[in-house]
Design a protein around this ligand. Structure first.
Ligand code: ASP
Length: 340
């Protein structure tokens, strides 16, 4: 019989409205189970690990990601797959972070949650939970069908490091415009076989639990001042994710390029991702990105903001040499970017 580990971290799926304040607050896992008697009918043994303190995912942090990676390592040989119940607000950050922390992953790690609590009459939680379990246990020829860190939400399975939350009021909360969905659930559960990544055979799972929060964000807008840019670039961090215009373009003002160059020369890694949600950074395509390439800004290609931040946290936590970090930043290491 298959075996699945559900890890419950919190989120709306397990919240209830406080009768007095009407504010949504997390409840414990037994109360969730009471709402889904169907779980008993799955031909599967379900183990549950509930966090002592369940949280709204706005309180998520790298220490908890490290704990999640540790739990996956601890149970890896005993189960067929993992389902992580998590708030949708920061789910894409957690899924991306875990994808970098779990190298050579051979089993499904499926994040899910919901927009309405599981006890609500019109809840989306039951479908999300039941199908996430179906995907976590799905096998072909004895091997997991989706040995990846994924997000399952509203009938779609996304690669975790390609998705982002784009809608806070529809059940369709996530999108992944730069990479196809990995599976779709309808009358049948259809997997997009050619889009799913598989580890090299015989490679063992390697867990990287060290992340650093040494990252700042520089989001550009027309008219941004030198003082603001200088303050962000001089923050006590080793990596800066720079959100640029269009295909990775920025102002060509000499003061701006000089500040970026000084930061890079002092050992910081600057990663160029676009404010556009669809498409890719093409350093050198326009005059407004040519100098970025020349001074050594890293090309983030079509990475999501969530993937760029967590990849920087992972690389900065595990490597010292800025040149090597830049090189890995520009490489596809877990399916998070497409080199164009
Ligand atoms: N605020 C909630 C959370 O992220 C929203 C959700 O679960 O969808 O924990």
């Amino acid at each position: 019989m298959c075996q699945i580990l559900i890890i419950y971290t919190g989120g709306t799926i397990g919240m209830m409205s406080d009768p007095k304040t009407k504010v949504l607050r997390p409840i414990n896992f037994e109360q969730i189970m009471d709402n889904v008697p169907e779980l008993e009918r799955l031909n599967c043994r379900i183990k549950v690990h509930s966090f002592d303190e369940v949280i709204d995912s706005s309180n998520m942090n790298p220490a908890i990601w490290s704990k999640l990676a540790g739990l996956i390592q601890e149970h890896y040989d005993d189960v067929d797959g993992f389902v992580i119940l998590h708030g949708s607000d920061t789910m894409a950050f957690s899924a991306a972070a875990l994808s970098f922390m779990l190298e050579n992953l051979g089993k499904p790690v499926i994040f899910t949650g919901s927009q309405l609590p599981i006890s609500a009459i019109r809840t989306d939680a039951k479908e999300n939970l039941m199908t996430a379990i179906e995907i976590a246990k799905a096998k072909k020829n004895g091997l997991a069908r989706v040995p990846e860190v994924c997000i399952y939400f509203d009938y779609k399975l996304f690669r975790g490091n390609r998705a982002f939350k784009y809608n806070s009021s529809k059940f369709e909360a996530f999108r992944s415009p730069n990479y196809p969905i990995l599976a779709e659930s309808g009358v049948h559960l259809r997997f997009s076989i050619n889009d799913i990544r598989h580890p090299q055979p015989d490679q063992k799972l390697i867990i990287h639990q060290k992340l650093t929060s040494d990252v700042a964000v520089l989001k550009l807008y027309p008219g941004i001042g030198a003082k603001v840019v200088e303050n962000i670039l001089s923050a006590d961090v080793r990596g800066v994710v720079m959100e640029t215009f269009g295909a990775g373009n920025t102002s060509t003002d000499p003061w701006f390029i000089d500040l970026l160059k000084q930061a890079i020369d002092s050992g910081k890694v600057i990663i160029d991702i676009s404010q556009c949600k669809v498409g890719t950074v093409e350093l050198g395509r326009y005059e407004t990105s040519k100098q970025l390439k020349d001074i050594g800004v890293a090309n983030g290609y079509d990475m999501t903001y969530e993937a760029a931040i967590t990849k920087a946290m992972y690389l900065l936590g595990n490597y010292d040499d800025p040149k090597q970090i830049k090189e890995y930043m520009e490489m596809d290491i877990r399916g998070e970017l497409t080199v164009s």
